[in-house]
Design a protein around this ligand. Structure first.
Ligand SMILES: [Zn+2]
Ligand SMILES: [Zn+2]
Length: 393
């Protein structure tokens, strides 16, 4: 049996070079053409037969000793963000206004390196690994891949994914069963009153005072309507209305996000968006206003399967030690949730925050970067998780 730690170490230079090359050439969702070509070439050189799916996505199969064993899907996302990079790194983005500010460059390089090591070990497992390189994570690309058949041919039995994670320190891995990211509904509410003179407010219907009541009151949805044990973040990102200081406007617009770290759907008693709609409507009635809504459900929460996350926990414990495995969950969104709605799945966070590496900026920040010392941790985690998965069946 190959020493996996040694195998990962021997690929370290290539791993870093891959990450820096992806980093220098960021591409937005469904425009990852160069990225996609590079992944295809790399997998071909390993003897696999990669196929294109969902515009820029790439899928490749690695068959073990026998191909009648289970099929494990391993996913890396590919897209960058419309952010102007300010890291000053020598391998900073060469594409103006675009940046790998979420670490997806790291995910691809770790997955390719894991594919290389696993392809050298294919005589040591029974089953098939389906490597999935997924476009457009930032705007729910996973569901499109599923619609395009990524879970079929061969049929996938389980899925796993990782995210390099600056909220966690380098040398830690975040794993837990249950919800680890949040569901998100985005909203726009238009509150309509009747405009007028601020000297005669009684003759108008003031949507501004109504809007302030809305912003305050909906915060009590969590605790009074949904259990305090179910995390919700109800945030307003934009309020707009009015033209001048002495004019009561006709209407005010409010936009924001409702994030909730549990599984629910419209119509359920604990659905915060249903409660939001009802409460805003009632508050508007009190103030004599009327309101219209525009909602969009963007992502479901990633809900880790108990068995798959127990496997991830055991692997993480071996790599970083039990004291460095944390039960981490985030209010961020991750479209990996879509895979977990079809097959047992586990999603883990590879900590990467280090003061020395200046990698403690938040994701999506123009100064975001990773601690490259944590790349081999991710590779080992992927390789050992796959081997453990097949040995458990
Ligand atoms: Zn992101
Ligand atoms: Zn991301």
């Amino acid at each position: 049996m190959m020493d996996i730690r040694e195998a990962v170490r021997s690929h370290n230079d290539e791993l870093i070079a891959l990450r820096r090359d992806f980093h220098a050439h960021p591409e937005l969702g469904f425009q990852e053409f160069r990225t996609s070509r590079k992944i295809e070439q790399y997998l071909k050189a390993l003897g696999m037969e990669p196929m294109k799916i969902s515009t820029t996505g790439v899928v490749a199969l690695l068959k073990g000793r026998t191909d009648d064993g289970p099929v494990l899907l391993m996913r890396a996302d590919m897209d960058a963000l419309p952010v102007e990079e300010q890291t000053g790194l020598p391998f900073a983005s060469e594409h103006k206004g675009l940046m790998h500010a979420c670490g997806h460059d790291a995910h691809m390089s770790m997955m390719l390196t894991a594919a290389k090591i696993l392809s050298q070990m294919k005589d040591s497992f029974d089953g098939t690994i389906k490597f999935v390189f997924q476009p457009n994570e930032e705007i729910a690309g996973a569901q499109i891949m599923i619609d395009d058949g990524v879970l079929e041919n061969p049929k996938v039995d389980a899925a796993m994914g990782i995210h390099i994670w600056s909220p966690l320190p380098s040398g830690t891995i975040g794993v837990k069963a249950g919800a680890v990211t949040s569901s998100m509904d985005v909203f726009k509410v238009t509150i309509k009153g009747r405009g007028g003179h601020t000297g005669y407010p009684e003759s108008a219907v003031d949507p501004v005072v109504c809007a302030t009541a809305v912003v305050q009151q909906v915060q009590s949805i969590q605790t009074r309507f949904v259990s305090p044990m179910k995390p919700i973040a109800l945030m307003f990102g934009r309020i707009s209305g009015g033209t001048k200081n002495n004019i009561i406007p006709d209407s005010v617009e409010l936009e924001g996000t409702i994030r909730y770290q549990f599984a629910t759907k419209p119509g359920n008693a604990d659905n915060p968006t249903d409660k939001f709609k009802q409460m805003v409507t009632d508050i508007c009635t009190v103030y004599g206003c009327i309101c219209t809504f525009d909602f969009n459900h963007e992502n479901d929460a990633v809900i880790n399967d108990p068995k798959m996350s127990a496997l991830s926990y055991d692997v993480a414990k071996e790599i970083v030690g039990e004291e460095n495995v944390v039960a981490h969950a985030s209010m961020a969104c991750e479209d990996f949730a879509a895979f977990g709605e079809h097959v047992p799945a586990s999603f883990a966070f590879i900590g990467t925050a280090s003061e020395d590496a200046r990698s403690n900026y938040p994701h999506h920040n123009p100064r975001f970067t990773i601690d490259e010392e944590t790349l081999p941790i991710g590779v080992r985690f992927l390789v050992e998780s796959a081997l453990r998965f097949f040995s458990q069946k």
